[in-house]
Write a protein that binds this ligand. Structure first.
Ligand code: E4P
Ligand code: PEP
Ligand code: MN
Length: 389
């Protein structure tokens, strides 16, 4: 990377960064990071620019962005699991295209969604919390919960294998995305493109900043400012209109339609109260952002048996509120961000077969948040089509 970029990257990564693992061995981290930086980026600037052209169309109201997949991808994901998730995404996209009469841009939470931000640093057993396979193991064993930077190399290889599978199959157009959480991993894959002189995140086509790492003076927002990828930022119910406008101005400084996606995850009971002021304030900046609804993360609760879950009806209700707000304001409901899998899991309540509280234990496999199963996801795609004006 040209030294001008290296200096700017070093400066932003010197800022405070939330949710980074307490790596126990600095020497091991240095050698892993040096090795990772020798590996070729996973995606190319041409692919990223192709997606940017599509997100521009979404921001202009001509297309719909459908983003989703596992909450946490794992290193032991099978070929069938990856194919099932990609196929579910594309089937949902087909349903929405057909029903809403709008082209759909599918983007997978795939080939990199290995790092998780957590509410607490210890889990219910008193162990260091699981932070995603890229950091430590989910198994409840104190030794396996120690963060190990070598896992970043395994993450890279797993992402590479996942991409090879997607590119080799009939999923050629599935663009990839993940939360740009683990800065040591993201930094190693940055690439400057001599063709346009811009800096790209090479770990995925689309990167987003999570609700827990969007501190305005923090490293995550500052890194995203440097990138030419389409970027997203999650906005929870505590977001003020002024802060949303600040994100729009900083992350889309040149007013490029579709450069920024605002991924709102308010909760079904708050979306109608909180979203309108954000949409109006961001519109007043003159920016053409993609407004996206994540109806999952504001609707998480714990079942009587202790399972983290979400009810299908709450997901539908938040989506309905999101569409209603945009209808009332005359703005484009640009997309939906979901956690789902093609597997027949029982992690979310309700849906076509009415998963019950007692049914959750049947096949609860997520290592982090509850996902819609394929049936629930396709039913949701159908419901989405009814929400378009
Ligand atoms: O997807 C992410 C989860 O919502 C996030 O990791 C927080 O989960 P936790 O409250 O179980 O830590
Ligand atoms: C952690 C996530 O979301 P949020 O940052 O919105 O909580 C996620 O998308 O898995
Ligand atoms: Mn999640």
């Amino acid at each position: 990377m040209p030294s001008e970029w290296s200096e700017r990257v070093a400066a932003v990564l010197g800022r405070p960064a939330a949710q980074q693992p307490p790596w126990p061995d600095a020497g091991r981290l240095r050698s892993v990071s040096a090795f990772l930086a020798t590996l070729p980026p996973l995606v190319t600037p041409d692919e990223i620019r192709a997606l940017r052209r599509q997100t521009a169309r979404v921001a202009q109201g001509e297309a719909f962005l459908l983003q989703g997949g596992d909450c946490a991808e794992t290193f032991d994901a099978t070929r069938e699991h990856i194919a099932g998730n990609a196929a579910t995404l594309l089937r949902m996209a087909a349903v929405v295209t057909e029903g809403a009469g709008l082209p759909v841009v599918p983007v997978g939470r795939l080939a990199g969604q290995y790092a998780k931000p957590r509410s607490d640093s210890v889990d219910g057993l008193g162990l260091p919390v699981y932070r995603g396979d890229i950091v430590n193991a989910a198994a409840p064993d104190p030794r396996q919960r120690v963060p190990d930077p070598v896992r970043m190399i395994e993450a890279y290889r797993t992402a590479r294998a996942t991409l090879d599978q997607l590119r080799g199959g009939r999923f050629g157009a599935v663009h990839t995305s993940h939360e740009a959480l683990l800065l040591d991993y993201e930094r190693a894959q940055l690439m400057a493109d001599p063709a346009d002189g811009r800096l790209y995140g090479g770990s995925a086509h689309f990167l987003w900043i999570g609700e827990r790492t969007r501190q305005p003076d923090g490293a995550h927002v500052a890194l995203a400012e440097l990138l030419a990828n389409p970027v997203g930022i999650k906005l929870g119910p505590g977001t003020t209109p002024e802060l949303a406008a600040e994100y729009a101005e900083r992350l889309d400084p040149h007013g490029e339609p579709g450069r920024l996606t605002l991924i709102c995850r308010m909760g079904s009971d708050r979306v109608c109260d909180t979203l309108p002021a954000l949409v109006e304030r961001v519109a007043a900046t003159g920016r053409q952002v993609v407004w996206m609804c994540d109806p999952m993360h504001g609707n998480t609760r714990v079942s009587a048996m202790g399972y983290k879950t979400r009810h299908f009806d709450d997901v539908v209700e938040e989506l309905a509120g999101f569409f209603e707000v945009h209808r009332a304001l005359g703005t484009h409901p640009g997309g939906v961000h979901l956690e789902f899998t093609g597997d027949r899991v029982t992690e979310c309540l309700g849906g076509p077969r009415g998963v019950t509280e007692t049914g959750l234990s049947g096949r609860y496999e997520s290592t982090c948040d509850p996902r819609l199963n394929a049936e629930q996801a396709l039913e949701l795609a159908d419901r989405i089509t009814t929400l378009f004006p």
